[in-house]
Ligand binder design. Structure first.
Ligand code: FAD
Length: 441
């Protein structure tokens, strides 16, 4: 039975990263009835990687990539721009160390892939291996979360530096943090420029349709299809890579929940503000408290970026009042960290959805005879979903790839009860996490 897709992405045209880029002409929307060997739905990191892998492995196959909006305006282009090489492990047990090692293998594979593509196609996205400061505001989180992370890094034989408040002040221009762990392998970039570049460098046999929201889908049977307002694609096999929007397709509804994240970019810092900051070396900060903490960057074009605000979002929509409150909080948190900069101004404020599971594991695999899905990025999707997209294509192709086992060793997203029970459970858990971690904001 075909299914109507109930909630579609709605681009509010606020993405700060793409506002900094030249205009890009989107590819044509889908028109008419077409047949392809493969159809991939969703052109974020996962969908683009899946389409590229299908093309590599089947150079004569026809591949359609169908995107509701414009490439770069989705979460893949709205994120904080950290391509992170290392996972986080909650404990230092032997099992968790081994899982971490295998996650690192997957992560490094995806990072090498991205690095290779950026260089081969000259993707102009400020791609730079700047490393990452994983920070704690309070001594308590430094002594617990950061200490565990340090033990994990030692067990994985990964290089890192432990930095105190004074050292961080020198490097970041703020004494807000009590401690941090610096690891060198993370790349920073403008994510909208990266994902545009990846889409625009796809092999010619991949036909990308933009501004083509899928409104109906048939996942079952020998020829799955997707329908848009003006066309339909029937394919031998279908791959769904719509992450937070999977629930609208009736897929992984019971395993993942959509969450909404907010971010801001300031206007460019003046020469005198930069002098007061004390550094012009670009840096990126991720919070040790993943839910309550803030992600921060100094960009190559001298802006500060902050990602703060995290809410359960079952309707994939929010309100103006909520946006206004979060925007004010973004500005307040920047001013608290950098009082010496005086009147910091936000030039861009935006939001984006991603999917998380209760056990931080992905939702990945076959969903019908000829249909596959990779979703539930749990954050870190630049790397993780570049890997997931490549690996779901391999699974659909029947290719043996040991990285699939490495990827799945993280487990599979576990069952979450349906609404309204879920609203109470997830809503309360998030509120509790936010409250407990409020000092880490
Ligand atoms: C504010 C923010 C900050 C983040 N920071 C980071 C970070 O620093 N590093 C990191 O690694 N990750 C970060 N993330 C997470 C990261 O953005 C995601 O993990 C990643 O984008 C997932 O990629 P994806 O391809 O699976 O999904 P998406 O990027 O969400 O792509 C899914 C695509 O499916 C399309 N789609 C949905 N419904 C339909 C339909 N009906 N028809 C057609 N197409 C459809 C959407 O338009 C979208 O383009 C952040 C996310 C946000 C929101």
């Amino acid at each position: 039975m075909p299914r109507s897709v109930d909630i579609l992405p709605a681009d509010d045209r606020t993405n700060g990263w793409s506002a900094l880029l030249p205009t890009r002409a989107p590819r044509s929307a889908l028109q008419g009835d077409l047949d392809f060997d493969w159809v991939v739905v969703g052109a974020g990191y996962a969908g683009i990687a899946a389409a590229r892998q299908l093309a590599r492995q089947q150079p004569n196959a026809s591949i359609a990539l169908v995107e509701a909006g414009e490439v770069g305006e989705n979460a893949s282009g709205r994120n904080s721009g950290f391509a992170i090489d290392l996972p986080h492990a909650p404990s230092t047990s032997a099992e968790s160390t081994e899982r971490g090692r295998r996650a690192i293998r997957v992560g490094r594979f995806a990072l090498d892939e991205l690095d290779g593509l950026v260089k081969a196609h000259h993707i102009d996205c400020d791609w730079e291996r700047s490393g990452r400061y994983h920070v704690a505001v309070t001594e308590e989180i430094a002594a617990t979360v950061l200490k565990t992370y340090a033990s994990n890094l030692e067990a994985w034989h990964e290089p890192f530096q432990w930095l105190n408040r004074k050292e961080l002040q020198e490097r970041l221009g703020t004494d807000y943090y009590s401690a941090a762990i610096y690891t060198p392998g993370t790349y920073l970039m403008n994510p909208a420029a990266l994902v545009r570049g990846l889409a625009d460098s796809l092999p010619l046999q991949v036909r990308l349709f933009e501004n083509s929201p899928v409104v109906e889908v048939e996942l079952n049977g020998p020829s799955p299809y997707v329908r848009t307002a003006q066309g339909r694609i029937r394919a031998g096999k279908l791959i769904l890579t719509v992450n937070a929007f999977s629930q609208s397709f009736g897929v992984h509804r019971e395993r993942q929940v959509p969450v909404l994240l907010f971010a801001s970019l300031t206007s460019q810092l003046s020469d005198s503000q930069l002098a007061l900051l004390g550094t012009d070396v670009i840096w990126g900060v991720t919070p040790a408290h993943g839910v309550a903490g803030s992600t921060l960057r100094l960009t190559r074009d001298r802006r500060l970026m902050i990602r703060q605000g995290f809410e359960y979002s079952p309707t994939l929509r929010t309100t103006e009042a909520r946006r206004a409150k979060t925007k004010a909080m973004n500005l307040d948190l920047l001013r608290r960290r950098f009082p010496q900069l005086g009147d910091i101004k936000l030039e861009h404020f935006w939001m984006g959805w991603l999917a998380v599971s209760q056990n931080h594991a992905p939702a990945f695999g076959r969903i019908a005879d000829n249909a596959y899905a990779a979703s539930c990025c749990n954050g870190s999707g630049i790397v993780r979903h570049t890997a997931a997209g490549t690996l779901i294509a391999d699974l659909a192709l029947g290719r043996k790839n040991p990285l699939i086992d490495d990827f799945l060793i993280q487990g599979t997203a576990n069952y979450i009860p349906p609404r309204p029970l879920r609203d109470i459970g997830v809503g309360l858990t998030l509120m509790w996490d936010m409250w407990r971690g409020r000092a880490e904001q």
